[in-house]
Design a protein around this ligand. Structure first.
Ligand code: DGL
Length: 263
């Protein structure tokens, strides 16, 4: 059976792989992390589109049956521009996350947090407004969250202080639902929850996209019903760095991370 292709700017997309393995344990996965060019969150739309096309062409060499874009910045900037140029079905994280948030909100006030690129693109906001024009969206970029997670600073005074500063506009707007619109943010759930309050719902875009992949594969008769499901990891630089961080995102160590020269 052909594998599912997943790509991200780096290691963060493993939050999506973790959910895919949990929800689709029989599927083989080929993961590509563009560690040579991470971060994407501060790059221009044109650059993110160019990198994304190259990443997709790499995955297609592995005969993937389906592509899941784990990166929120790529899903925001590139997916609408590129998805019709490839035969293989491609899904990103924006629609599934937006849909779940619209479903979850009671007071029709949704907060979105993400990289500068994701917030600048207004992708979540536009998707939410399409689903329900009455929803008020408050969107804030939280650029320091990515390095915090990569450095393993998931709690403590510094992270709490920064989170309070970033999330204040969401509290002022009285949102009852927050989309964690970046691959890394699920790891900061406890601190975000503490700042926002226990009644505010946090939407994990990684979890939602895995549900979507499952549905699409089932509807297109592409589900792998047997097999043990293996994941192959490819990166464009620093396989050791990737392996060291991978455990934190995936909840288990990764072996055999291969460096490729596709960029
Ligand atoms: N993967 C990116 C995202 O979800 C975060 C890291 C980066 O800026 O490349 O937007």
């Amino acid at each position: 059976m052909r594998p599912i292709g997943v790509f991200d700017s780096g290691v963060g997309g493993l939050t999506v792989v973790k959910e895919l393995i949990r929800q689709l344990p029989n599927e083989d996965i080929v993961y590509f992390g563009d560690t040579a060019r991470v971060p994407y969150g501060i790059k221009s739309k044109e650059t993110v589109i160019r990198f994304s096309i190259e990443n997709i062409l790499f995955l297609l060499k592995h005969d993937v049956k389906f592509i899941c874009i784990a990166c929120n910045t790529v899903s925001s900037y590139a997916l609408p521009e590129i998805k019709n140029h490839f035969k293989v079905p491609i899904v990103g994280v924006i629609s599934p996350g937006a849909r779940e948030a619209v479903y979850a909100t009671q007071n029709k006030r949704i907060g979105v947090i993400g990289t500068k690129g994701t917030i600048k693109s207004r992708a979540y906001e536009l998707e939410i407004k399409q689903l329900d024009p009455k929803v008020k969206v408050t969107a804030v970029a939280c650029p320091l969250f990515v390095p915090f997670v990569e450095e393993g600073w998931l709690s403590g005074e510094v992270v709490s202080t920064v989170a309070k500063e970033y999330l204040q506009p969401l509290k002022d707007a009285k949102v009852d639902t927050v989309i964690l619109g970046c691959t890394h943010y699920p790891l900061l759930k406890p601190v975000i929850k503490r700042v926002m309050g226990k009644d505010v719902k946090l939407i994990d875009s990684a979890k939602q996209v895995a549900i979507e992949v499952n549905k699409i594969l089932a509807s297109e008769n592409l589900l792998n019903k047997k097999g043990r499901g293996r994941t192959d990891f490819f990166v464009s630089d620093n396989p050791e760095w990737f392996s060291n961080l991978a455990g934190r995102f995936l909840g288990r160590p990764t072996k055999n991370v291969k460096k490729v020269n596709n960029v």
